[in-house]
Design a protein around this ligand. Structure first.
Ligand code: URA
Length: 209
């Protein structure tokens, strides 16, 4: 079953509360999403492998560790997932970035793909999907389907807020994909918004409300 990690660091909790507040303007909202993504990236990369190298300090020669070469692709789900990309590339500067654009068909409630651009070597990379909101789970499940079809074997899902319903949906279809979030909220309302949540993350990021 999916490993679900809630990153409940005080800095994360503090910034998340500011993000939730309805009067937080877009400029601050964008900045907070970027900062949260940077903080979350520390936890997401916690088990990245290290390798020994020989170095020389001003005092002596010694063997110390640096990151082993690890190829990463960050995959934001358009459009709100874009807000988290800079935070991740700040910590993993050599990562490539793939894009998946999805909207939800209002009739069938299925995810409909309208854009896909992924690096050609994606099958060799560890994939980190970013989306601030794991609500119904439809977009996340569909994006994981796409990445698996593209050959990805190692996929992580990183969201800021998760609903229990969304976690359950990902668990049902992709039980091996670890989920990272800053908080698991109470649930979804009749319009599939997360409660208490933070509203529409895309509109708040891009000022389109
Ligand atoms: N997407 C959002 O932006 N907000 C929600 O609460 C749910 C889905």
């Amino acid at each position: 079953m999916n490993e679900v990690t809630t990153i409940d660091h005080p800095l994360v909790t503090h910034k998340l509360t500011l993000l939730r507040m309805k009067d937080t303007p877009s400029k601050d909202f964008r900045e907070l999403v970027k900062e949260l993504a940077t903080l979350m990236a520390y936890e997401v990369t916690r088990r990245f492998p290290l390798k020994d190298i020989e170095i020389e300090t001003p005092i002596c020669k010694t063997t110390k560790q640096v990151l082993a070469d690890k190829d990463v692709v960050i995959v934001p789900i358009l459009r709100a997932g874009l807000g988290m990309v800079e935070g991740f590339t700040h910590v993993i500067p050599n990562a490539k970035i793939g894009h998946i654009g999805l909207f939800r068909d209002p009739e069938t409630l299925e995810a409909v793909e309208y854009y896909r651009k992924l690096p050609t070597d994606i099958a060799e990379r560890e994939a980190i999907i970013t989306d601030p909101m794991l609500a119904t789970g439809v977009s996340s499940v569909h994006t994981i389907d796409i990445l698996k079809d593209a050959g990805c074997k190692n996929i992580k899902l990183v969201v800021i807020l998760a609903s229990p319903e969304g976690i359950k949906a990902v668990q049902a279809k992709h039980p091996e994909v670890p989920i990272y979030c800053a908080c698991i909220d109470e649930g979804l309302n009749d319009h599939s918004y997360i409660v208490p949540g933070l509203g529409d993350a895309g509109d708040r990021l891009f000022g389109t409300k």
